[in-house]
Design a protein around this ligand. Sequence first.
Ligand code: MN
Length: 289
Amino acid sequence: MPSVDHSELKEFDLRSVRLDELTWPEIREAAGRDVPVIVPVGSTEQHGYHLPLCTDVVLPESLGREAARMLGLLVAPPIAYGYRSRPLSGGGEGFPGTISLSGRTLIALVEDVLAALAQSGFRRLVVLNWHFENSNFVYEAAWCANERLAAQGLRIMVVEAAFSELSEPVMQTLFGDEFPGWDVEHAAVLETSLMQHLRPDLVLIDRAVDDEARRHPPYDVVPPPAEFIPESGTLWKATRASAEKGAIAWEEIVSRVAAAISAEFELVSPGAPFQPRAASPAGEAVAAR
Ligand code: MN
């Protein structure tokens, strides 16, 4: 893939990192300049007594926008529905408000979005997933989109988990010596802290609880046994969350995702430090370069 010519991009200001806030001639120009596009993928899923159903959408969308501001990319409208909530990693399907897709629907949806972006002329795409259960399905979607458009030189980066490797200091800050595993980090310390940092208006922190499944074996069972599902929908200790922890973890997650995208698409020389661009007060309309 050709790498971005920075001298040229300096002259090119995106009015917004949100693809859907631009006009079609602007999109044509951005595609012509080979600007990468991030597609956030989440879920509409219960997140305990205290977090909104949109938690898994807010997080990858915010992450995508911050990375886009740093690197001069675009972010497509997020995919707000995800694969079936599983009891051992999301609490399961039984909670009011959880709206899930079958695997085949999710694959088809993500594949169609990727293919449409490619038809618009974009060649470098990033699937940025947050909802644990979407893994593999988003990879399959990328695979099928590429197969469908094989002649068009696509390069699709599939980020199935944005935060699987955090530094030891950040892990200590979040969990101390009691890290329970990422599968139960659902509506618990990290997600709650991040939402307190990013969208405190959506967090009912006085309703946060510590909870866990009575049984959490290393395999799953269908239909889901009741003892796999904590009553609250929180899979671990949400009361340990704080906005401060969220800010610390967020900074690292953003910089790692941005670094990964940058390296994958050769947006800056490998190992170069990032110089975040100033975001606008509203956070949306930016001069990205
Ligand atoms: Mn989820």
